[in-house]
Design a protein. Structure first.
Length: 95
């Protein structure tokens, strides 16, 4: 199944929610999984993004659905990138 890098930046509203209810992170992850995308790894980071996630989804449409659903809440902005395993890349180049 394809894997994606999802970068998340919380809005001011999202930061306030996180501070008031840290468990909200787990609730959002469950919401994401209900949309067909599995969170494999998640880190809170310092810098222009607040979270770095590695997720697994059947296709880009599922990622788009998650991005729209989360973005519509007004608490987060996301950027997503499809990833290929290095071994898969090497196999493609060898063809």
């Amino acid at each position: 199944m394809p894997k994606y890098l999802m970068l998340s930046q919380l809005s001011e509203q999202g930061l306030q929610t996180l501070r008031a209810n840290p468990e909200r992170v787990r609730e959002v992850n469950k919401d994401v999984e209900e949309l067909g995308v599995k969170v494999l790894h998640q880190w809170f980071v310092l810098g222009p993004h607040d979270f770095v996630n590695i997720v697994e989804a059947p296709d880009a449409s599922a990622i788009a659905k998650v991005s729209v659903a989360l973005g519509a809440r007004g608490s987060v902005h996301t950027q997503s990138y499809e990833m290929l395993e290095v071994e898969d890349l090497l196999n493609l180049l060898a063809e």
